[in-house]
Write a protein that binds this ligand. Structure first.
Ligand code: HXC
Ligand code: NAP
Length: 293
């Protein structure tokens, strides 16, 4: 068995919890949904494409024996988000977990973008997360019930990144929302945390960020300190922990899961990795020789 695909939490760790996973029909949203189901949660998956959601739901229900509700909902649209919340409450009677995972992204020099192309990413990522958080948060506050929100960001939410500027701006906003509401809504027993994943291959991300032969030219495994990309179960383990009661005192945190990738680009002398082992004796001698002068 792949050592990175083992599940972490004990059986029934999310028993009877109701989770909404935006963008739950594909990629990482699907992987997290599957694990939540295995841990006993009931999961609502949402996206713009109902057919895709229904295919995923059938596959995951067959695999896990869990219960999935599919709701078509464009997170950019407030009325659709409100309707999705109401449909969830009608079906399950409660909401415990909101996982803001839906996103849009593509690579482009920023000067090539139209103003509406820039908006389309901000609207999905930042406004979409705001819509779901405000809608479900208000419900929790009115109903005086606790809740937990997990936001999926990226490491460039704090470093920024060229060529994905709308996404970087939007994810930075989501991170600010996570930390701000962790404090403001703590009094309502609503927790906010975020995960910043490094590279976890998915069709949605790879088709838009590494199209054509770019995946071979820029092998993300090679530039990672651990020399590999992430396994979906590794992310699902962390997500399940952060939405479970085991993390009940963790609030306002962003957990990076990237094999050390972003720090690799940050440390001043990290490029010394390229110095061959046999050169270190000569380098040490040169440094010591200077010291004794
Ligand atoms: C320049 C582009 C473009 C591109 C679209 N546009 N793709 N501009 N380069 N590659 C422009 C369009 O011309 C249009 O401009 C505007 O953006 C909106 O495009 P539409 O196709 O009409 O929008 P829509 O159908 O709403 O689709 C949204 C989308 C699409 C974001 C453009 O890619 C999408 O549906 N993505 C969802 C899934 C996704 O992106 N997953 C990856 C997440 S990965 P005009 O001027 O005509 O309005 C991720 C990982 C980060 O976030 C970190 C990795 C390590
Ligand atoms: P993905 O499969 O493309 O996931 C994005 C999901 O968002 C899709 O299911 C998509 O479904 C949904 N979505 C897009 N626009 C929407 C809208 N307007 N309303 C509702 N749903 C919408 O890509 P992924 O790699 O799994 O990404 C999942 C999350 O991880 C994102 O937040 C991404 O930024 C983050 N992330 C991924 C990586 C990585 O390496 N994969 C790294 C860092 C962060 P529809 O198209 O059907 O609407």
């Amino acid at each position: 068995m792949n050592p990175y695909s083992k599940s972490m939490l004990r059986e029934n760790a999310l028993k009877d919890k109701v989770a909404i996973v935006t963008g739950g029909g594909s990629g990482l949203g699907k992987a997290m949904t599957k694990y939540f189901l295995q841990l006993g949660a009931k999961v609502v998956i949402t996206s713009r494409n109902l057919e895709k959601l229904q295919e995923t739901a059938k596959e995951l229900e067959d695999e896990t024996g869990g219960k999935v509700l599919c709701i078509a909902c464009d997170v950019r649209n407030w009325d659709e988000v409100e309707a999705m919340k109401e449909a969830t409450l009608t079906e399950f009677g409660r909401i415990d977990i909101l996982l803001n995972n839906a996103a849009g992204n593509f690579i482009s020099p920023t000067e090539r973008l139209t103003h509406s192309a820039f908006d389309s990413i901000l609207d999905i990522v930042l406004k979409g997360t705001k819509n779901c958080t405000l809608s479900i948060g208000k419900h929790w506050i009115d109903a005086e019930t606790p809740g937990t929100v997990l936001n999926i960001v990226t490491t460039y939410a704090w470093t920024g990144s060229a060529y994905v500027v709308p996404s970087a701006c939007a994810k930075a906003g989501v991170l600010a929302m996570t930390r701000s509401l962790a404090v403001e809504w703590g009094k309502y027993n609503i927790r906010f945390n975020a995960i910043a994943p490094g590279p976890f291959p998915t069709k949605g991300a790879w088709d838009r960020l590494l199209p054509g032969d770019m995946k071979d030219k820029f092998d993300l495994a090679k530039k990672n300190p651990l020399k590999r990309v992430g396994e979906h179960q590794e992310l699902a383990n962390l997500a399940a922990y952060l939405v479970s009661d085991f993390s009940s005192f963790v609030n306002g945190e962003v957990v990076t899961i990237d094999g050390g990738e972003w720090l690799q680009g940050a440390g001043e002398f990290n490029m010394l990795e390229e110095v061959p082992q046999e050169m270190w004796d000569a380098l040490e001698a040169m440094i010591k020789a200077k010291k004794s002068n």
